[in-house]
Write a protein that binds this ligand. Structure first.
Ligand SMILES: Cc1ncc(C[n+]2csc(CCOP(=O)(O)OP(=O)(O)O)c2C)c(N)n1
Ligand SMILES: [Mg+2]
Length: 300
């Protein structure tokens, strides 16, 4: 089993730590490019919280998660739950660049009949484990997955990404309590702690002090700069140490990261860029508007 798991992980590619970090930074840049292109094309969607998660998703999908794009249902795969389902564009971009489906499909985001709807759908989209979008529910489902792995004696892990505004939902804390009670140390939560939700600052709407809150629920709490690849990789590795407690990584991020006029602006939570704004954003990301330089994404 170990060999099979290892084969499917792109992190086994040769290279120095610096090369690994550069490869993942490039993956995050390509995710941002695709997020902007697909939301502009759709004329709607959620760029802000997709952009803030780009490095987190790049580290997971291009390094940490054991996946096999040719076999989305491979039983030994790690599971990822995008609890903040409105950030579907960043997940779709990662799945396309890893080869779960053709990159051309990204242009169909939110179109009638497309498998890429505004929120992830587990029955239609290869690589989507759990349907999400109604905030607050993903961690409960991740607990169920982690418990299933435990019952089956399986080695795969479950990862779950939440928004900071999302953690105002009471169900998150019911799940957190259950995960600690059942000692689900094969479960890792990540919080995209960008400080903003749909209407403005989380601190003003209803503050959640992430570190003490998770600690008080019995979780092992790690912190990371959510835009630093080395920081994230170190925290993700530490989270897998297995201590009898579930782990959470509180990631300090900036909503709209990577596009100057979107950064830190709640207004960009759920609004598509115009063609002019897209052109400006792509230029900032060092992209002239053409497709990715390497077919199939950065891991090839
Ligand atoms: C149960 C539920 N209530 C409301 C919404 C509408 N909604 C979508 S995104 C969002 C704000 C989420 O903020 P946060 O979790 O901080 O996400 P991020 O900043 O990462 O985009 C809201 C209220 C929803 N999807 N589900
Ligand atoms: Mg937020």
């Amino acid at each position: 089993m170990t060999d099979q798991r290892t084969k499917a992980a792109p992190h086994n590619q040769p290279g120095t730590p610096e090369e690994r970090h550069a490869r993942l930074a490039e993956a995050a840049r390509q995710l941002r490019v695709e997020i902007l292109r697909m939301t502009a094309q759709a004329g709607s969607g959620h760029p802000g919280g997709s952009l803030s998660s780009a490095e987190i998703i790049a580290c997971l999908y291009f390094d940490v998660l054991r996946l096999d794009p040719a076999r989305p249902s491979w039983p030994e795969r790690d599971r990822f739950v995008l609890s903040k389902g409105h950030a579907a564009p960043v997940l779709y971009a990662a799945l396309a660049l890893r080869g779960f489906f053709p990159r051309e499909l990204l242009a169909t985001l939110r179109k009638t009949g497309s498998c890429l709807q505004g929120h992830p759908h587990m029955r239609t989209t290869p690589g989507v484990e759990v349907s999400t979008g109604s905030l607050g529910q993903g961690l409960s489902m991740a607990c169920g997955l982690a418990a299933a792995a435990r019952i089956d004696g399986a080695g795969w892990r479950t990862w779950c990404l939440l928004g900071d505004g999302e953690t105002q939902e009471g169900q998150v804390w019911e799940a957190a309590e259950a995960a600690a009670h059942f000692r689900l140390d094969n479960l890792v939560a990540l919080v995209d702690n960008n400080g903003l939700q749909i209407d403005g600052p989380v601190s003003q709407v209803m503050a959640v002090d992430q570190v003490p809150r998770w600690q008080s629920f019995g979780w092992r709490v790690l912190e990371a700069d959510g835009h630093s690849i080395p920081d994230l990789l170190a925290a993700m590795q530490a989270a897998l140490a297995g201590s009898g407690r579930p782990a959470v990584i509180v990631c300090r991020t900036t909503k709209g990261k990577g596009v100057s006029f979107m950064e830190g602006q709640a207004d960009w939570h759920g609004k598509a860029p115009t063609p002019e704004q897209l052109a400006r954003a792509l230029e900032e990301l060092g992209c002239s508007g053409q497709g990715p330089a390497l077919p199939g994404g950065v891991s090839r």
